[in-house]
Design a protein around this ligand. Structure first.
Ligand SMILES: Cc1ncc(COP(=O)(O)O)c(C=O)c1O
Length: 372
């Protein structure tokens, strides 16, 4: 039996090992570790990659969201609209600065926030919208930006799963007031530890985020605002600069694997990922959908195939946000998705044989269902 992991970090590391080890050695030889030359260079390179004027390296995607909200002057008690179909950190970042997450439903075809649902949630206290570019596909930014403009609301992209994704030819991270990215090691652009970055065209926002990530320091002994220890680690920045050069190729290979899956899975009773018109999906995750999810997952585990669920419980029904008063049935499309989604192995090094084995195993599962 094969063993196909859900992600294979070792396979990604092997071809760049010598370069990464040298970068770590050089960084430690230089010992310029506090927002050092690699952090600054990565900021310039990542801003250029996204087509924005600035990028600010931070400690994680969660901090990227938090500092963007603070820099946009979202205050305690303000409402921030987002989707509950996301990793918990999106809502957590809102709550951690004292603002109130307000959940709007998703478009079940793309798993991204439904602009029509946003409109219904806007109140006089709404200060920001955080659309999530879920699984590697951008949210419907044209409609979201239009709503935001009409209501004078800031849009902050949660692009933590979508490095290099395009919307109408423009990169994620360049589509709102600020774009937040995670460099968690499984991401399309991952560090070998933690990291994050915020992109923006707004000089004032970038300047404020630089304050928040570094204790509000304006000079060595002067603190202008209460900030955080939220800097991007210099060793991670050195590693990320190597991997950023490969990101387009990583994404091309992810799309190629998505094509392989599509070819082999079409005709089966599963819903395959949909790439909406004008969007370029970078398949951070390859998520299929079926009412038989849990049994299929178990079957694939028995075939040596790693799978995941992103995510099993919608954020609005988590105990941590029970005080917000949501109940089952309030956000139906997101709730339904959580019951049916299954993420298949997806990484640039996944071989075509392994892809075929995964798809054939899915087919076998449904054939057995039919015959039983
Ligand atoms: C959609 C989304 N938002 C936010 C985050 C938080 O990023 P990090 O884990 O780097 O804090 C993640 C990553 O896990 C994510 O997938």
């Amino acid at each position: 039996m094969r063993n196909i992991p859900f992600v294979d970090l070792k396979a990604g590391f092997a071809p760049i090992k010598a370069e990464v080890m040298k970068a770590i050695e050089d960084t430690l030889t230089g010992m310029n570790l506090n927002i050092g030359p690699n952090c600054r260079a990565l900021e310039d390179e990542f801003a250029a990659f996204c087509g924005t004027r600035y990028a600010v390296g931070v400690g994680s995607g969660t901090e990227a969201l938090q500092f963007s909200l603070l820099a946009a002057e979202v205050k305690a008690g303000d409402e921030v609209i987002t989707a509950p179909h996301t990793f918990f950190a999106t809502a957590e970042a809102i709550a951690c600065i004292g603002a109130v997450p307000v959940f709007a439903d998703i478009d079940p075809a793309t798993y991204t926030i439904d602009p029509g649902a946003i409109e219904q949630k806007i109140t006089s206290r709404t200060r920001a919208i955080i659309p999530i570019h879920m699984y590697g596909q951008c949210a419907d930014m044209e409609r979201i930006n239009d709503i935001a403009r009409r209501h004078g609301i800031t849009v902050i992209e949660d692009a933590c799963q979508a490095h290099g994704a395009l919307y109408q030819g423009r990169k994620s991270g360049s589509l709102g007031a600020a774009g937040c990215f995670s460099f968690y090691f499984t991401k399309n652009l991952g560090a070998y530890g933690e990291g994050g970055i915020v992109t923006t065209d707004d000089a004032a926002l970038a300047e404020k985020m630089r304050l928040y990530r570094n204790h509000g320091h304006t000079s060595k002994y002067a603190h202008e605002v209460i900030g955080y220890n939220g800097r991007l680690d210099e060793i991670q920045a050195a590693i990320l600069r190597i991997r950023l050069k490969l990101l387009d190729d990583y994404n091309r290979r992810r799309r190629e694997r998505a094509d392989w899956y599509r070819e082999r899975l079409s005709g089966l009773p599963v819903t395959l990922p949909e790439e909406a018109a004008g969007r370029h999906h970078v398949y951070h995750l390859y998520v299929i959908r079926t009412g038989e999810r849990d049994r299929l997952m178990e079957f694939l585990t028995g075939r040596g195939i790693g799978t995941g669920i992103h995510y099993r419980n919608p954020v609005h029904l988590q105990k941590a946000v029970a005080h917000l008063g949501y109940k089952k049935g309030d956000i139906p499309a997101a709730e339904q998705a959580c019951e049916e989604i299954l993420s298949l192995p997806m990484y640039p090094e996944l071989s075509s044989d392994d892809c075929a084995y995964v798809a054939d195993s899915v087919r076998e599962f449904f054939e057995r269902q039919e015959n039983s």
